[in-house]
Design a binder for this molecule. Sequence first.
Ligand SMILES: [Cu+2]
Length: 356
Amino acid sequence: MDRRGFLSVAGGALLLCTIDGKQVAVRTPEDVERVDAAMASLRRPKSRRPRREPARDPLDSASFARPEPQPGGQLREYWIAARPVRWNVAPNGDDQWMGRAAPRPSRFTALVYQRYTAGFAEPMSAPRMPGPTLRAEVGDVIAVHFRNMGTGRYAQPLTVHPHGVRYTPDYDGAYLGDFTRVGGFVEPGEEFTYFWEATPDSVGVWPYHDHGPNHTLNSFRGLFGTIIVKERGEPIPDVERVLWMHSFSPQVTGIPRLIHCINGRTYAGNTPTIRAKVGQSVALHAIGGDSSWHTFHIHGHRWRDASGAWVDNPGFGPNEVVTAAFVEDNPGRWLYHCHVFTHQDMGMAGWYMVDP
Ligand SMILES: [Cu+2]
């Protein structure tokens, strides 16, 4: 595909990145290369001369206490690395809903958060999207020991930024230009430990994602995951799954089509197949992982939303979460999908299998 053809498909999904204090539009694979190269050579804000002396505030040098678990709470430790992996959006090759082959090509280099055993001794599973689900109860502290394993063009500063939990500025995981604290700029090969508190207002399901200087591209490459906080002693449903609805743009993949995904896979048979049994408690959490608005529809099922109304197709936007919670009572092979028609028809769909 030539440059003009690529622009015509990528132009609809405009990405903006900031290089050298200037915001640039990222449309072509060459634009992406330029951004990656700039990010790989970006120095930690404290070690470079600021473009102009920023208006410092006493808050910028203030120190904050590291949170401790509440009495009866625990420290929940995770070792998580960010690293590039070859990724296949359609490993089974089929669109099982329509009984046809899934479009090709389907491979590119993604970035993932991968869980390791203590001290980064070995990976705990194959690379996945979303990254590891972090679980806690109210009163706990989540410790994420984060290692940036970026290599090659992905050797860029990366971070982990949480939603939903309580944190001090040190553990925000956000790049803030000249005001950046250490957790907002973890260089390739470096480690940083984030401490996040599960407070009573943390109960729920939340995203975490990269918030370094190249956050849009790198989050869209796969650097996202989920935090689930429960009340103390609250039971975990029999079937609880997280479904990230997102897309890979041509800028991210180098493939000249927009790829609509659930958990990094496209089309039923590649996207998660969820299995439940009549009588089981089920909670399916759908999260928006790109710049689009999505809906979450499960055939044969209805559930109550937060206001108490019955729904079967609630909408949600970027980094918003909706939960479908119900006791299973309807056996069969069901579809679940986003009901934005272009999304559902281009891969944002999967199977929900209910055994009698
Ligand atoms: Cu959608």
